[in-house]
Design a protein around this ligand. Structure first.
Ligand code: ARG
Length: 484
């Protein structure tokens, strides 16, 4: 066939062979990502067709051998085609003749592409979860070294109460743990097989949908064939979970940028950049890029939502433009997660600067009010007394004077002086806040051991899923080899 006649694409044939929109219609370049997934899907389908007596074994052997050749030659060697599915089928037919066309019995590109996206996405989601786990490990390990490292805690970006670096790190670990949970949860719904739905309306052939699902390592089948071929809800929930993770990352990055600005933390040179004009500068560029990745993820999510909204049943070509939103988001968020993990693992905390800052701005005021309330004063009265004192100072003298004004008697009448002095000390103040999940070193130790356990459990979850995928791939390969 000539250039103008569709380059031999078996789907488009002569009639739809060319035209100015040929490139616009094609998803060949973004389909590179599902090249291997499509080969696996083809193989599983052919094996099932043979087991069901739909395609004779010798013909299946020819098709499977041709698929091996296509795989060895790689995606770049594929003939031109509207998409990877058409191109692989064309290559098979080019290699073994019209009998290769039996591969597309009892299926459509619609169920085929939906299967390929899910097949590939499983691997990608496990990779992101692995990156999130590495980030959690970096947070937990660093926290283990800083359970006693004081730092100012903020609300409204104003110094609020002293806390510790470990407590701050654990606050993000908890968030990333939930992000991990959401991704693993989405994984369960990605891992369902649409193959066999055909265009949307099923097939008269006696296919075995459970068998192809099993051969491809899917946990179950998406039943309704119209739903199976058209839904992309699994992309939406995955990208939504990724956008949530990216939002968590952006907060971590923003905090670190602020802390670097205040001199509390120094990033390793590997995670910093400099200025082309100001030679003294060390800039937290990597973290700024991590912060900005929330924008990529958000655009991926809104791209998907807008593309999918209002699509009629069943298959529409809009779906072809939905998929790349997911790939781009997953790549961006995964990379940002890796960078955030590295930046946290290698950062250097300035304990002296942090301790000094933790004491600034009467940060122990709440702790003093708590101490007075623990001595029997109503909390509101204690709050008022400390607020009064804070107008003139942040030491015992100021508090005692405020007591005379608010209560009409010395502070010692209510609380022993050493209790107040201790509440004024940032380290004592932190140590006293030992409620569950609080910043006291022993409370954080508890948080840390639970976090370590959760990380191990999630690692095991990933390993289990990876083994299931690898096991299915090996079993499929063995099945295919039996046709040689
Ligand atoms: N490449 C398409 C996609 O990604 C699949 C092709 C289905 N084409 C069709 N005309 N029904 O969705």
């Amino acid at each position: 066939m000539s250039e103008e006649s569709g380059d031999g694409d078996v789907v488009r044939r002569e009639r739809f062979g060319g035209g100015p929109a040929r490139g616009f219609l094609s998803s060949m370049s973004s389909d590179e990502r599902i090249f291997e997934a499509d080969l696996a899907t083809d193989r599983a389908h052919v094996v099932m067709l043979t087991e069901q007596g739909i395609v004779p074994e010798d013909e299946a052997g020819g098709i499977l051998a041709a698929l091996d050749e296509v795989e060895a030659a790689g995606h770049d060697a594929l003939p031109n085609g509207e998409d990877v599915h058409a191109a692989i089928e064309t290559a098979v037919i080019d290699a073994i003749g019209p009998v290769g066309g039996k591969m597309h019995t009892a299926r459509s590109r619609n169920d085929e592409v939906a299967t390929c996206i899910r097949y590939r996405l499983r691997e990608d989601v496990l990779d992101v979860v692995e990156a999130a786990l590495a980030f959690r490990e970096a947070l937990v390990e660093t926290a283990g070294e800083h359970t006693e490292t004081l730092m100012p805690g903020y609300t409204h970006l104003q110094p609020a109460q002293p806390t510790t670096v470990a407590h701050w790190l654990c606050s993000y670990e908890g968030a990333v743990a939930r992000d991990t949970e959401r991704l693993l949860d989405a994984y369960g719904r990605i891992n369902r097989c649409p193959l066999g739905a055909a265009a949307f309306a099923g097939t008269p052939f006696d296919i075995d949908r459970e068998r192809t699902a099993e051969l491809l390592g899917f946990e179950s089948v998406i039943e309704n064939s119209m739903d199976a071929s058209s839904t992309r809800d699994f992309l939406l929930e995955t990208v939504s979970a990724l956008a949530t993770l990216a939002t968590t990352l952006s907060g971590t990055a923003e905090d670190l940028i602020l802390f670097a600005n205040k001199g509390y933390v120094e990033l390793s040179d590997d995670y910093a950049s400099t200025s082309s004009i100001m030679p003294q500068k060390k800039n937290p560029d990597t973290l700024e890029l991590v912060r900005a990745t929330a924008g990529d993820a958000s655009s991926g999510l809104s791209g998907l939502l807008t593309t999918l909204k209002g699509l009629p049943r069943a298959y529409n070509r809009d779906l072809q433009r939905a998929t790349p939103h997911a790939w781009k988001t997953i790549d961006a968020v995964r990379e940002a997660t890796d960078v955030a993990a590295g930046a946290v693992a290698t950062a250097d905390w300035d304990e002296g600067a942090l301790k000094e800052a933790a004491d600034e701005g009467f940060s122990t005021a709440t702790g003093v009010a708590d101490a007075l309330a623990m001595g029997g004063l109503p909390f509101r009265t204690a709050h008022e007394l400390v607020a009064h004192a804070s107008e003139s100072g942040s030491d015992y003298t100021a508090l005692d004077a405020a007591s005379e004004e608010v209560l009409g008697e010395p502070l010692e009448e209510h609380v022993p002086r050493e209790v107040v002095e201790s509440a004024l000390d940032p380290a004592e103040s932190v140590a006293s806040r030992d409620s569950w999940g609080g910043p006291a070193p022993e409370a954080v130790e508890e948080t840390l051991s639970a976090a370590r356990e959760a990380v191990d459990a999630d690692k095991a979850a990933i390993e289990g899923r990876t083994e299931a995928l690898d096991g299915a791939a090996t079993a499929l390969d063995e099945e295919v080899r039996s046709y040689e």
